[in-house]
Structures are given as C-alpha cells and as structure tokens.
Design a protein around this ligand. Sequence first.
Ligand code: SAH
Ligand code: SF4
Ligand code: F3S
Length: 480
Amino acid sequence: MANDYEKYFIKPSIRDARKRKSQETPVIDFEKHFNIKGFGTGKTYKIETYGCQANEADTEKIKGILEALNFTESETLEHSDIILLNTCAVRENAENRVFGELGRLKQYKKNNPELILGVCGCMPQEEKVVERILKSFHYVDLIFGTHNIYKLPEYIETVVLSKEKVIEVFSEEGSIVENLPRIRANTRKAWVNIMFGCDEFCTYCIVPYTRGKERSRNKDDIIKEVKELIEQGYKEVTLLGQNVDSYGRDFKNTDYKFADLLKDLNKLPIQRIRFTTSHPKDFDLETVKVLSQGGNLMPYIHLPVQSGSNEVLKRMNRKYTKESYIELVDNIYKYIPNVSLTTDIIVGFPGETDEQFEETLDLVKYCKFEGAFTFIYSKRSGTPAEHYEDIISFDAKKQRLYKLNDIVNNGYLTGSKRFKGDIVKVLVDGVSKNNKDVLAGYTENNKLVNFKGDKTLIGEIVEVKITDAKTWFLKGEQVE
Ligand code: SAH
Ligand code: SF4
Ligand code: F3S
C-alpha cells in the first residue's frame, strides 16, 4: 500500500493559503464521492469540538458522514473506535487545550491500538501544527483540514486497510460541498452556512488562512435547506459566515446580497432567524432597514468592534473608524429600538497605548452593549501582526481585560434588567444546566431565561413573564 498511502501525505502551507484566485467556486456534490456505505458497522466514534459555530457545523457534517458509514456515536472515549478532535486555531490557548488533550489520549491508543485518532479543523491548516503533531504525537493516525471533510470515508478506509497515517490538508480551498449528510446537534435550532472562508485579513487573525477564500453558497441551496428544516420541525436558524454582510460579493452574474437573502428568508414560515458574524464595514443601512421589519428576524446583533481607537483599528486592518461604527450603532438603535447588541473586543493588541485602550472603554459605554466576548491579543504565526512590536506586559494586558470586563458585565446586567416585568417569548432548549427542576431557553433578544414548567415544553416557544434579572440570566414564570 506504500504508493497509495503516499498520495495521502499533503501538508499545509500558510503561504499558499494566503493566495486568492479569481476562479469561480466549483460546487461538489457529496453524493457522488460517497461509495463505502456500511464500513463502520458495529463500530463507534466520538468527536470533540473546539472553536466557533463554523466548527460546530462542521462537526455535524462529520457526524453525518460517519453515521452514513454506519458508525454510531459512543457515550465515552474509552469505547470509541474513532476519536476526532475538531480544532480551533484562533488563539494560542485554544491550541494548547488540543495539545493537552492529545497527550491525554495517548493512553487510549495504548489500551486499544486499533483506535483511529484524528485531528481536523483549523489547526491542521498550519504547517507548524502538523510538524508538532508528527514530532510529539506520533500516535495520531489521521490529519485533515477544513477543505476536505467530504473525503473522510476515503481517509478512514485507507487508515484501516493500510495501517498507515493519512495526512491530507489542502491549502487552497476552491469548493463548496453540497448534500453532505448531517447529524444536527439540536432538533429545533439549526446552523445554516451561507458562506465559507474570509477575505478580510484582519492583521491579528488566522481564520482567512485556515478557512480559505470567501465563497458564498448559492441562494437557492440556502433557501432549500431552510425549507427542509421547517419541514423537520425546526424553529430557529442561525445563518453562518465569518462576515455575513459580504454575502454574495463573490457572485459573478448577480448582485444578490445579504439584505436580499434576509428579505427572502423573512417570507418563510420559520419562527426565528439569526445570523453571525457581522462586519461593521459591510453592514449596510439596507440590512438595518430589512431587520427593522421584524417578524422572524430576531432583534439581536453581534457586531464585533475589536477596538475603539482609530489608530488600532487601522493597524488591525478593520477598514472602519470609531465614527463610522458609532454611526452604524446609532442607526441600528434608531431603526430597531428593541435590539440587543453584543460585540467582540481584543485588548493588548501590539502597541495599544493606555489612551487607546481608554477609547475602547468609552466606546463600549456609548454603544450600550448587552454582552461581549473579550480577549487578550494572542500572536498567530503567519499573520501580519506577528511582526508588530509588542511591548505591553502580559500583566498589563490582564489588567486591561479586567477593567473592560467590569464595564461589559455592567452592560449584561443593564441588558437583563430592562426585561423585568415584560412578557417574552422563550424557545425552550431543555432543563437548566444548574438546576434540573427548571427549564432553560432563549428569548428573541438572545437572553437566557430559567422558569418552572413541564418538560413537554422543550422545543416549544413559550410566553414567560420575567420576574427577576441577573447578570447572566433572567428568571420568569410561564404565562398560562
Ligand atoms: N469573523 C468573525 C469571528 C472571528 S474569530 C469576526 O470577524 O468577528 C472571533 C473573535 O476572536 C474575533 O472577533 C476577535 O475578537 C477574536 N480574535 C481573533 N483573532 C484573535 C487573536 N489573534 N487574538 C485574540 N483574539 C482574537
Ligand atoms: Fe478574522 Fe477579520 Fe475574517 Fe473575522 S473578519 S474571521 S476577525 S479576518
Ligand atoms: Fe477557530 Fe477556525 Fe472558527 S480558527 S474561530 S474554529 S474558523
């Protein structure tokens, strides 16, 4: 099998991943690639997912492929025939968690040499990661990236038959794969990819290299998927893209864009539509106006700002200013008064001064965010910011994070309190993680609510009167 195996030894290259070619995106039909049904009969798998919603959606597709091969999901790692880590490369600590887990999994491989241990997702797209796995975690059998999930049946077959490692990571994306089987994590809420990749190249960010060129899915494929979800009883879809506002920018023969897609989806009988992530530079007034029509378009927008300093934004290559961001936020509040806004912020970007950090704090206060993901800048190999001079101590960065989080947490609480006394609609997810006697679900504004109710309400949209508002959640009573 030596020759056959060699064809599965393709390592990544960040340099190649940086390239953007203008060819049109081919669409691959998975059903044509899929020919080894039954391969997993009597065997089990387990997938651990690190990373963003794009990774969670990918895990659903990987599960779909494995179950189409007749593998079943295992309850525990001990009893799995395949363990896959679907990884995230966005910050160093995300990567460290995966390396730690790989170390821990060595014992499983020892106990069961037949176990197939694989690493996929964003980390394998970096050559340094693949080198490190080959050097320090030689018991890993399978490494593949974000662009070739659809080839998984072939990889598993090769690992099993040849007993050799398979490493295949494409640095150039190129395609959109339709008709992948899918095991969704939830029976009422679904992720729907509307595009893949990212062309923004924010200077700190690894995603454009791990996910490749921006490719929009054909609108008919998206609408078809949402219609199928409606038929299956789904109540909520979240449209996924690294920059949903640039949806359609790569279409050659049509100027159909994100606002048009929202308009079309607004007409479908699905109760809730959300989307993530928005880019302030491309979020246009037309989109704001479409969202103001409400209906199934939820009053919740995640609008990452990253920094409140024009200097820093420029060095981040975010392509907007504090002023244009504020103008957008003002318009959002004007047209959608009930909206809940959240954001992402990076502190300690190389060269960020105290004054520039203070500008971020001022912006956060002004925008009345009701939540934020806040991060300490993490240097990513292969990105432009890797070479920026970074003289701020880690301790100073931590202090900035704490200071920012105080204000952010205040925003969470204010955002919760404004609903006290209101009757809100809650899509019930299940029982609360902390208290099995109460139900938990999310409001239209994406607020977590706990309330007492019958378990038959799980999966339903229920009216709840808010009786108490905490920082992280609301408490309520079902309206009979
Ligand atoms: N495409 C989305 C999400 C990108 S990753 C967007 O543009 O918002 C999610 C968040 O991780 C980013 O918004 C950013 O705040 C953070 N992030 C990305 N790279 C980072 C890095 N190198 N260090 C720290 N935080 C980072
Ligand atoms: Fe990264 Fe910027 Fe693309 Fe978001 S828009 S994925 S932060 S490069
Ligand atoms: Fe992480 Fe890849 Fe998402 S790097 S944030 S899993 S696109």
